[in-house]
Design a protein around this ligand. Structure first.
Ligand SMILES: NC(=O)c1ccc[n+]([C@@H]2O[C@H](COP(=O)([O-])OP(=O)(O)OC[C@H]3O[C@@H](n4cnc5c(N)ncnc54)[C@H](OP(=O)(O)O)[C@@H]3O)[C@@H](O)[C@H]2O)c1
Length: 282
């Protein structure tokens, strides 16, 4: 299984996304089962945020991880831009920790850029790291220029990951961001790696090339999308699913190795960007 090292932890290259989970009571048991199926298939990184259902996703994650040792998991949480200040961040963090039922996060991300100066946000993230409530911090929805600015802020080089939209239908960051992150040894966490269940309008899973590659490997088209997303050494993907069977399938996609011919065939139907594309976000 492919692995990616983030903040010193070697992790299977497919983790678990949880946006919209915990929102509907009737799905609760199934969602908990899906997260557990992912962990039992080998996933270690679970991605949540204070924004997701106003804490409901964090609470669901807390319930789902009860059977496991905390130190085996790598839990990622995110602070909203409005809370990324000296005055508000620790309160947000404490609320998130309580929701998940843990006393630390392995990685705490600045969800997207807002009005608070980066220097203040980074200083507070660094201070919170000293308290032990977060082991490491990172950013999300940052493009090359944002990372350059970040690296010039005091402590900014301590950033341990950037989490951005990345899938076959939204591959603008292939132009420059991925190579920039490789150059700076900064892992990328790829969100919406299966284009939200193929509902972002690009019809990835019904594409003939993707279907043929899936058939050749004896896997599903979704697994091909994931194998493509994590083909770079430092990219980890976090698909979300409420279906335990899909959860297992997704984690096992970390074992699929696409050949250079298959990657070239994919490029013919979903071409790499030839010029800079503004960072896409959801
Ligand atoms: N940092 C950010 O700003 C940001 C933004 C967006 C998302 N995220 C994170 O990234 C995670 C993933 O992104 P996402 O939730 O937007 O979209 P996604 O993971 O690309 O797609 C989720 C959808 O794909 C379907 N799916 C997943 N695996 C499948 C499979 N093997 N077969 C068939 N259908 C499958 C799921 O349906 P089923 O339940 O039926 O399987 C679900 O509806 C989020 O949950 C969140 O943790 C972060």
């Amino acid at each position: 299984m492919k692995t990616v090292t983030i903040a010193g932890r070697k992790l299977p290259a497919i983790g678990i996304g949880t946006w919209h989970m915990g929102d509907q009571n009737r799905l609760r048991e199934q969602e908990i089962a899906a997260i557990r199926a992912g962990v039992e298939a080998g996933a270690r990184l679970i991605d949540t945020a204070e924004m997701y259902g106003n804490g409901r996703s964090e609470q669901l994650v807390g319930e789902a991880i009860k059977p496991y040792s905390r130190e085996d998991l790598f839990i990622v949480d995110k602070v909203l831009p409005t809370n990324a200040s000296r005055q508000r961040m620790e309160r947000s963090l404490d609320r998130s920790l309580k929701n998940v039922g843990t006393d630390y996060f392995d990685l705490y991300l600045y969800h997207w850029r807002g009005m608070i100066p980066l220097s203040e946000t980074v200083a507070e993230l660094e201070r919170l790291k000293q308290t032990g409530k977060i082991k490491a911090w990172g950013v999300s929805n940052f493009d090359v220029a944002d990372l350059e600015e970040l690296f010039n802020v005091v402590g900014g080089k301590n950033c341990q990951a950037n989490e951005d939209l990345y899938n076959l239908g939204n591959r603008g960051i292939d132009y420059d961001l991925i190579s920039y992150q490789v150059q700076h040894n900064l892992p990328l966490i790829a969100y919406s790696p299966v284009a939200q269940g193929d509902s972002l309008g690009t019809n990835l899973t019904s594409n003939q090339v993707i279907k043929e590659i899936a058939t050749n490997h004896g896997v599903s088209p979704y697994q091909v999308l994931l194998a493509w997303t994590i083909r770079h050494p430092q990219v980890l993907a976090i698909p979300q699913t409420s279906n335990p069977k899909h959860a297992k399938e997704n984690i096992l996609a970390g074992e699929i190795k696409l050949t250079s011919d298959e990657l070239a065939a994919i490029d013919t139907v979903f071409p790499a960007p030839k010029k800079k594309v503004g960072l896409e976000m959801l």
